[in-house]
Write a protein that binds this ligand. Sequence first.
Ligand code: GAL
Length: 414
Amino acid sequence: MKHLTASAVLVAAVLTGGSVAAEPQAEVLHWWTSGGEAKSVALLQEEFAGRGGTWIDMPVAGGGGDAAMTALRARVLARNPPTAVQLKGPAIQEWYEEGALADISGVAEEQHWADVLPESIAAHMKCDGHWCAAPVNVHRVDFIWANAAILEQNGIKMPTTWEEFNAAAEKLKAAGVTPLAHGGQAWQDATVFETVVLGIGGSAFYRKALVDLDPETLTSDTMKAVFDEMRILRGFVDSNFSGRDWNLATAMVMNGEAAFQIMGDWAKGEFLAAGKKPGKDFLCAPTPGQGFLYNVDSFAIFNVEGEDKKQGQNLLAELIVGPSFQETFNLNKGSIPVRTDVSLDKFDMCAHLSAGDMAAAAKSGSLLPSYAHGMALRGAQAGAITDVVTAHFNSDMTSEDAVKMLAEAIANSM
Ligand code: GAL
């Protein structure tokens, strides 16, 4: 059947005197399967199809992308990689070192990416000086979301310190409301943990602990205080939290089943997809503390054979960084555009908060890569930390034991 179709095309081309032009094709591996995520990635599929491309979707469900990364490894081992893969930060370099990534400098130069992307973000997209990935957005991880009506009914304001958060949560608990919607999956525990590291320790502490992996910082009293707060937070989640997907936790806040969620602004994509309005139905604020934890989604372009696939890669890269897609995608996804020249006029108060804080954090040196979302560390080190965070959250391990385990886990992962 396949042969027949191919030869039919060939005959048609010969008869019309034309040549068989390759049509752009891309198989795209991603983990955007929740309501807001699926809506956002559908926009890219539409633009791609609008330019004559054939999109082969390879969604692998699982927030944070752990399952997607397992699927990717299997495909690369089978010597059949997808054309483009949602990949981030140091993982891009890891795959480049495996010899798996293609060079998309042609498109990047033609589209002047260097002029419109912040330098620090552009650096993540380059492999030995050439472009190998295309960035989509800037997500902020250190966000806290709240059900506006619940806070009002209980006389609670968005907390600005962890003490305030704990006091608000105790009050809610006493009133019979689940204070914190959380999904007990390792990456979600890690997400909460890194915001507490930033909030309690500050930005210099965060950098020393989760970027430089300094052993003294990892075992310090401040790190013990971070685990103490994690233990307190554990007391604010409901009894069914184990294994829950992050978007179901967001739905709890949306539906009035819980007051708060600590989650990156992809949670806003869920609120928006459900027709909820920021400032009215739900509130957003940075998690207590100073700084900004960034998480840049990007697509790494893999080495593939075939003119159609190569054209697909180029088209995909061009669209992803294109100004119109950057606007519409990010309006849906909850993030802000990664391009510096896209107007934020159509964006809401949470996006403006994010953009303003990001600029301020860049000036003050507190713009920090998220470890929980693969921006700060290589896989082995990030995984070692997350294992300890999850083990602590799901047991009665003391903070003293947790910091010891943390230092050991890091030492063993090097
Ligand atoms: C993050 C990713 C976001 C969002 C989230 C939940 O790692 O950067 O785009 O998809 O996972 O799936």
